[in-house]
Design a binder for this molecule. Sequence first.
Ligand SMILES: NC(=O)c1ccc[n+]([C@@H]2O[C@H](COP(=O)([O-])OP(=O)(O)OC[C@H]3O[C@@H](n4cnc5c(N)ncnc54)[C@H](OP(=O)(O)O)[C@@H]3O)[C@@H](O)[C@H]2O)c1
Length: 330
Amino acid sequence: MLRIGVNGYGTIGKRVADAVAEMPDMELVGVSKSRPNHTADAARRRGYAVYAPEERHDDFEAASIPAAGVVEDLIADSEIVVDATPAGMGAQYRPVYAEHDTPAIFQGGESAEVAETSFTAPANYEEAIGQQYVRIVSCNTTGLNRTFAPLIEAYGIERADVTLVRCRGDHAVIKPDPTTLPSHHGPDALEVLPEIGEIQTMGMKVPTIRHHVHSLTVTLNDSPDAAAVRDLLSEQSRIHVIPEQLGIESGWDLQEYALDRGRDRMNLYENQIWGESITTNDEHLSLFQSIHRESDVVPENVDAIRAIAGTADAAESIERTNEALGIDTV
Ligand SMILES: NC(=O)c1ccc[n+]([C@@H]2O[C@H](COP(=O)([O-])OP(=O)(O)OC[C@H]3O[C@@H](n4cnc5c(N)ncnc54)[C@H](OP(=O)(O)O)[C@@H]3O)[C@@H](O)[C@H]2O)c1
């Protein structure tokens, strides 16, 4: 059993903790919170040991949610730590992980330099085997890499042009974000898949929640027909090609779909590609896909654990993770 700590129990950390707890080959040592609020209370009720930063430890006692220890105890007791602290804080924790010789997995809010490898399991699992520090790229970049990887293998990619419409706008406005090009997603995708060649990514933010939408145009080295591309993408376990007859038109419908399917925390781990959008014109392929920002990186974190530990190859790990999380059954 791999003993895993999750440092940071927010949007990503709580989902990774749940996933680790579901894995037959892993044991969740505990999670960390900086505030003894309702999320800490709920974690305790789920049976998770909650650790606190040293300077906050007594606040937990005072709030009747006694901490199991300080974050350094969690790090010391874990074989591998998944760092899901706020963006930029992972780099501050890195020396603490190093002090305890505890390998760590960082998230997309950290810069690429924080780790030896930026990671998306179906794209470059092998590069993370035995590494001390691995970074899961952002939710959007993970979604892009999952679509690019099989296209590269089947046809080769000459270049990709992507517009990312991202949820999380602050006010009721639509805005380019950032206004300069490219957004971080293109360079990040190249960290994992240099075979993409050239990529331009343009980001926007809109005032909605949970689901991002990508408009992709990929120039391939081949000219497959749309049906062949659709078959190829449908075969990928972390891609769901939405059949037109399901009538899924928006992120709202996807959210309802996740709930109706009984997915905890509305998780939709798979890229959601609108089947009827898959269109080819000679070597140009275009499609729309949606990404659930809160959960698509979760299976990647689980696979990165096995890659670091060297306990499974890519195919074995992806299959184990998928089976435990119910992926491929949507
Ligand atoms: N949110 C997304 O959709 C998303 C998607 C993909 C990747 N990411 C990346 O994932 C990472 C985490 O993002 P998030 O959205 O999950 O953040 P979040 O919801 O703000 O959660 C951060 C967690 O870290 C805890 N924390 C704060 N200070 C801490 C400290 N000193 N020591 C230990 N834990 C501490 C927080 O505890 P308190 O709540 O008690 O303060 C909270 O549980 C970031 O790199 C982000 O860019 C986020």
